[in-house]
Design a protein around this ligand. Sequence first.
Ligand SMILES: CC(=O)N[C@H]1[C@@H](OP(=O)(O)OP(=O)(O)OC[C@H]2O[C@@H](n3ccc(=O)[nH]c3=O)[C@H](O)[C@@H]2O)O[C@H](CO)[C@@H](O)[C@@H]1O[C@H](C)C(=O)N[C@@H](C)C(=O)N[C@H](CCC(=O)O)C(=O)O
Ligand SMILES: Nc1ncnc2c1ncn2[C@@H]1O[C@H](COP(=O)(O)OP(=O)(O)OP(=O)(O)O)[C@@H](O)[C@H]1O
Length: 480
Amino acid sequence: MRLSKLFKNAPTTNVTGLSFDSRKVKPGDVYFCLPGLTYDGHDFIDDALDKGATCIVYSRDLKEKRPGAIYVRVQDVNAAMNQCARLFYQKPSDKMRMFGITGTNGKSSVANIIRAIMNLQEPTGYIGTIGIDYGDQHLMPDLTTPDALFLQRTLNDMVTAGMKDCALEVSSHGLAQGRVDGINFDAAVFTNFTYDHLDFHGTMENYFDAKSRLFKDRVKADGVCILNMDDPRFKDLERLSKARVISYGINSEADYRAIDIQMTSTSSHFNLVHQGRLYPVMTNLVARYNIYNLLAAIAALHETGMPLDRILPACEDLPQIKGRLEQIDAGQDFHVIVDFAHTPDGMEQMFQFGRSITGENGDVIAVFGSAGKRDVAKRKVFGELADKYCDLIILTEDDPRDENPREIASQIREGIKTTNNLYIEDRYEAINQAISSAKKDDVVLILGKADEPFIYRETGRSPYIGDNVAARECIEALKK
Ligand SMILES: CC(=O)N[C@H]1[C@@H](OP(=O)(O)OP(=O)(O)OC[C@H]2O[C@@H](n3ccc(=O)[nH]c3=O)[C@H](O)[C@@H]2O)O[C@H](CO)[C@@H](O)[C@@H]1O[C@H](C)C(=O)N[C@@H](C)C(=O)N[C@H](CCC(=O)O)C(=O)O
Ligand SMILES: Nc1ncnc2c1ncn2[C@@H]1O[C@H](COP(=O)(O)OP(=O)(O)OP(=O)(O)O)[C@@H](O)[C@H]1O
């Protein structure tokens, strides 16, 4: 593409790629000097030019400029990069119906429900924590919301592959760093707002401000904001939303409301109240929080044009999302559930669900840790919650990074007052111990890592079998 298409007054020189990382620059690229948390991209201009960058986009005074290279000065490099990415990849998000989902918990769940149901009508892509899925492609990038360059390129690939819609998880980091600034969403969905990510945002208000950008800045004027009316921040979001607001909830008189909820350990049933009419809904999703996730998805789909008589039958048999309340059944007489819960709210939801399905004499046995170098304050809270609901707690490593997992466990223990607990560092062994301790009707909850095939340790990302595979192996071994 000609540089002049990206920047007014720039020469017509051809550029062949965009990059914000000098280590990955290819000849012909435009290099964007992003200010980061550790480094400043301006310090790597030489490196980028040595690798063949054609153009440098910068915002600070530069000591020198290399002859032959093109320099474009802008006020905000990040904003410029987001716009360029959108133009370079030919505005891909304008060619699909875009669903953006944000909130502390439930983003992957809602996005995957939307995708599964949308897919029955037309090809739909998904980008989020679980990966990137479209057509027969499955990619596993590191971030929930990829950086703007990768994101726009991927959206373009989706368009090329024939996708008509995309469900995109929008993290608070992604919003704070403007990763989705080149996208205007048709539907912006809010799941809930509870404690998380204070290591990055500093305060809950900053965290909320980041989340609210999706509804304030990124939704189309003729789009729709789908908001959880039972969440304490509903009114705030309703006030600042820049598009039509549609609500969902269980406890409030929402536009989409679930009443008469009945749940077993394998299915749920409720009546959907919408515009004064009752619609019976049967679903294979379980746990109360999933009723919220389903309502959010139903509202988003219906408000963007899909009729309810198409949506509701599809709720009956939704695909299992890997590691999200995944029940591992290998013929044992107790429950084993693998779940990605890693926030206080998520943990409590899982403990409550575990408690609700134990038989009269069943115990709740929980296996979990807490990630290193992330939100230290939640560790004790995890301990307090587990203490309230569980009968046996097995603490283990999560993603310790360069922290000592035993030390993390002792911080969790500060919240445990009475419940029997032990520490087994090796995650597989901890799972094995929990499964070996379980008796009929007990519930073993394995929380925090789900199907992730890695553990971040001091040495970096080490391969790991995944909690769901580990659990199945341990149950099989028990039967021998
Ligand atoms: C905390 C955070 O979000 N960090 C992001 C941030 O990194 P940073 O500010 O530390 O960057 P930096 O290392 O200081 O470098 C500054 C700039 O210099 C460049 N550089 C640096 C070195 C060099 O030799 N050459 C060079 O060009 C870098 O490419 C960068 O552009 O900017 C980088 C470029 O956009 C991101 O890759 C990086 O995400 C890191 C990998 C990350 O782990 N982010 C996580 C926390 C995250 O975003 N998570 C959310 C939420 C997940 C959830 O909900 O649980 C997500 O969406 O995944
Ligand atoms: N609506 C909800 N309310 C509270 N907790 C939920 C909700 N939905 C899911 N959870 C819990 O959060 C966990 C993660 O769910 P999900 O992956 O859908 O959330 P997420 O917001 O995408 O999180 P992440 O971006 O960190 O993956 C689930 O395994 C479950 O324990």
